[in-house]
Design a protein around this ligand. Structure first.
Ligand code: ATR
Length: 290
């Protein structure tokens, strides 16, 4: 029987998720149908879309901009949230809690939220062969993208974490909130800086700002250096990566993270592990142009 999945967003036409998950389905030998689902940008519409989908027998959904926080609220009020979703304050993966369903709860009341974005980043960095254990890491940005990667980085065994942001007060608030939300984060000292004031040597610097393809560039200090630079965005040449490549760093955009988070969602829904390296190769060779 065909298993149905959707990705809910606004806008949604650009989403690569259907191609990625259709390939995963073929790799796992499963009959799946994965579609884009447009939703008006309000919480009531989002809830209605989710309810209709899961009442209709849907197996799982991805959630993208601008609904990740709304999805979090939805799950907090129903079936529950994973630790990563709780700490991130955002949900990118919806599924049904089987234990609750077995108790006779309706699909909507069994709605469970996970967040695979941060773990997708970690998996990609590991695939790249960049050392995380004992690493000195700096994140630039203090929005939703940064929030989602802090716990997975700490769980991966990094040594020090620094968060820099254009508005330094937002980085300070983020650290306070994350330290309250997670004891694992609270045990770590996280330094905060204004982006332009960030300097010194790091193993890995991650761009988690939304500056991406806007054409603007981050004010990076001359005395800021790293061995590895990662931009969570993907698309054409990213100025952040060009800056560090010119200084001899290895670089990567967030294309592998996109596939990594998708693979983790797929595994949550189907229980089937994906060969991400092989899937990435196939996607790069065919439909998925970087
Ligand atoms: P996301 O969910 O993608 O992280 P967000 O929550 O709106 O989006 O956060 C955007 C991040 O990009 C913030 O850290 C923001 O910095 P401020 O907190 O100072 O606004 C950062 N950002 C966006 N545009 C930027 C720019 N032109 N220069 C520097 N930082 C920028």
């Amino acid at each position: 029987m065909t298993q149905h999945f959707i990705v809910i967003g606004n806008p949604i036409a650009h989403s690569k998720s259907p191609e990625i998950h259709t390939l995963f389905g073929a790799q796992a030998g499963l009959d799946i149908c994965y579609q884009r689902q447009y939703c008006p940008d309000d919480a009531a519409s989002f809830t209605a879309v989710v309810e209709a989908f899961f009442h209709g027998g849907g197996m799982g959904a991805n959630v993208t901009v601008p609904f990740k926080q709304v999805a979090y609220e939805c799950c907090a009020a129903r079936g529950g949230l994973s630790e990563h979703a709780k700490v991130a304050g955002a949900v990118n993966t919806l599924l049904l809690d089987k234990a609750l369903l077995a108790k006779g709860v309706s699909p909507v009341e069994a709605l469970y939220g996970d967040n695979t974005d941060g773990q997708g980043l970690i998996n990609h960095i590991k695939r790249l062969g960049w050392p995380l254990n004992g690493a000195r890491v700096a994140i630039i940005g203090a929005g939703g993208a940064a929030r989602g990667v802090v716990l997975p980085l700490i769980e991966a065994g990094i040594e020090t974490l620094t968060i820099a942001n254009r508005t330094v007060s937002k980085a300070e608030i983020l650290v306070d909130e994350l330290s309250t939300a997670s004891e694992k984060i609270n045990q770590h000292t996280i330094q905060t800086y204004a982006t332009a004031a960030l300097s010194g040597d790091f193993d890995i610097i991650i761009n988690a700002t939304s500056i991406g393809l806007s054409g603007e560039t981050l004010p990076l200090a001359d005395a800021l250096n790293c061995q590895y630079a990662y931009d969570m965005m993907y698309g054409r040449e990213l100025p952040f990566l060009q800056h560090f490549a010119a200084r001899g760093a290895q670089t990567s955009n967030g294309y592998g993270m996109l596939i990594g988070q998708a693979a983790l969602s797929f595994e949550r829904w189907t229980g089937r592990a994906i060969d991400v390296a092989q899937a990435t190769e196939t996607l790069q060779a065919h439909s998925f142009k970087n």
